[in-house]
Ligand binder design. Structure first.
Ligand code: GEM
Ligand code: ZN
Length: 375
C-alpha cells in the first residue's frame, strides 16, 4: 500500500501505514500558520480489503466542531466524489473504507484543481461578453485573475463576486463555476437580461497559492486574507491588495464573498449589520436578497448562521464588511457547508460540487430580481 499527497492541493502526513487496519495519518498545518483542517490524499493498494485511516491530529484542527457528523469524501475517477463512513472520537477522525479499485482519493471536500481554475478562466474568455483580466501576481507568482462580464455604462450597477479567500473552502469555486457558466449562457434569458442591467467582476479564486499548497485558510505567507481588507500589503496579502485597488477603481454596488463553513450544516449569509454606516436602505436590500433567495431555493435558509454583529462592532478587516462600509452597498459573506444541508440531506454525496454549482445558478436569479434596486 502507498499513500501520497504530492499533487495539486494534496495534504497529509503518513505517520504509520504498516497495518491497513490501523493507518495513522496527520494533517499538515498551513505554511507559517497554525491553521489546518483541509486534507487530500491518495491510497494505492491492489488488495481490496477494509482500510481504517486515523487522522490523529483532528482534535486540534481549526474548527473541531466541524468533525461532528462529518463524512469524508472519496473518489476513484477524481470527478465523482461520494461520502464514506467517518467518525470522530474527540481526537482521531477515522475513515473506514473497503476500496473497489486499486487507487482511491480522499478529501475534506471535492477538490477544485488549479488546472480546472485555469480552464474556467480561459473558457470564459471565449464569450464575447467576457474579458479575462490579470491584476498582478501572488507571492508564489500565480496570476490574480478577474473576469469582467458585460459592459460598463454610466449608471449601470457594478457587481463583484469574490471566492475562496480560504483555499480549503473549495465549494466556493464550484459555486463560481455554476454562476459563471450561467451568466455566460447566451440562451439563458435571465442571464442575458441581467447583463443588460449590470456589469460583473468575478474572482473565482482569491487564493490560488493556498489552494495548490493544500492550505485550509491562508495564503503562501500564512496570512488569512479575510482579515486583511483594512490594510492589505503587497508583501503579505497581494491578493487582497490588488482586488481592493480594482474595486476602488470600478466602484461596487453589490458584493458577494463566497466561503464554506466547517460546522454549520446549512447555506446562509452573514451581513453588514455591524458596519458604522449600516442603515435602513442596506437593511432593506439585505432582507430583499434573502427573501428572494428563500423563494428560489430550499437549499438556502436564514434561521441558522453566524451571530449578528452589534451596531458599529463589525470587523472591518473582513472582506464583505470592508466593502459594505467603503461603498455603502449590499455586501454579504455567503457560506456553504462542508457537511450537508440538513434541510435537504443527501446521504450519498452530502453537500457537493454539483449542489454548489446549482446554488451559484440560483444566486444569479436572485441578483436578477434585485439589480434595479442596487443604486
Ligand atoms: C468568516 S466571515 C467572518 C464573519 N463575517 C461576518 N460578516 N459576520 C471568516 O472569515 O471567519 C468566513 C469563513 O471563514 O468562512
Ligand atoms: Zn471562509
Amino acid at each position: 500500500m502507498h499513500i501520497s499527497s504530492q499533487f495539486d492541493s494534496g495534504n497529509i502526513d503518513v505517520i504509520d501505514a504498516s497495518n491497513t487496519q490501523d493507518i495513522k495519518l496527520a494533517i499538515k498545518k498551513d505554511n507559517n500558520s497554525d491553521f489546518y483542517q483541509w486534507f487530500h490524499f491518495n491510497v494505492h493498494n491492489n488488495e481490496h480489503t477494509e482500510h481504517v485511516f486515523h487522522i490523529t491530529n483532528a482534535g486540534q484542527a481549526a474548527y473541531v466542531e466541524g468533525w461532528q457528523n462529518y463524512q469524508a469524501v472519496a473518489s476513484y475517477d477524481r470527478e465523482h466524489w461520494f461520502r464514506v463512513p467517518t467518525s470522530f472520537d474527540g481526537q482521531n477522525l477515522t475513515i473506514t473504507f473497503t476500496p473497489e479499485c486499486d487507487s482511491t482519493y480522499f478529501a475534506y471536500f471535492a477538490p477544485y484543481s488549479y488546472e480546472r481554475h485555469l480552464s474556467l478562466l480561459h473558457n470564459a474568455q471565449l464569450s464575447e461578453s467576457c474579458q479575462l483580466q490579470v491584476l498582478g501576481q501572488t507571492l508564489d507568482g500565480r496570476d490574480i485573475s478577474v473576469l469582467k462580464v458585460g459592459e460598463e455604462v454610466e449608471g449601470k450597477p457594478v457587481i463583484w463576486l469574490t471566492a475562496r479567500q480560504h483555499p480549503g473552502e473549495t465549494m466556493a469555486e464550484w459555486f463560481m463555476e455554476g454562476f459563471i457558466d450561467r451568466l455566460l449562457d447566451v440562451d439563458d434569458g435571465t442571464a442575458v437580461s441581467l447583463l443588460n442591467s449590470a456589469v460583473f467582476y468575478l474572482v473565482p479564486n482569491m487564493n490560488p497559492d493556498g489552494s495548490v499548497r493544500g492550505h485550509l485558510r491562508t495564503n503562501a505567507a500564512g496570512v488569512n486574507l479575510n482579515r486583511e481588507w483594512e490594510n492589505p500589503t503587497m508583501e503579505q496579502s497581494p491578493e487582497v491588495y490588488l482586488v481592493r485597488e480594482k474595486m476602488l477603481s470600478t466602484g461596487v454596488d453589490m458584493h458577494l464573498d463566497i466561503h464554506g463553513d466547517e460546522a454549520l450544516p446549512f447555506n446562509f449569509v452573514a451581513g453588514c449589520e455591524g458596519i458604522p454606516s449600516y442603515d435602513k436602505r442596506l437593511e432593506a436590500l439585505e432582507n430583499a436578497f434573502k427573501n428572494i433567495l428563500l423563494a428560489i431555493t430550499p437549499e438556502f435558509q436564514d434561521d441558522k448562521g453566524y451571530d449578528k454583529d452589534a451596531p458599529g462592532q463589525a470587523n472591518l478587516t473582513v472582506g464583505s464588511n470592508w466593502v459594505g462600509e467603503q461603498f455603502n452597498c449590499l455586501a454579504y459573506t455567503l457560506e456553504m457547508p462542508f457537511k450537508d444541508n440538513l434541510l435537504l440531506p443527501d446521504v450519498d454525496v452530502g453537500w457537493s460540487d454539483n449542489r454548489s454549482r446549482n446554488l451559484g445558478r440560483d444566486v444569479l436569479t436572485a441578483i436578477y430580481h434585485l439589480v434595479d434596486d442596487l443604486r
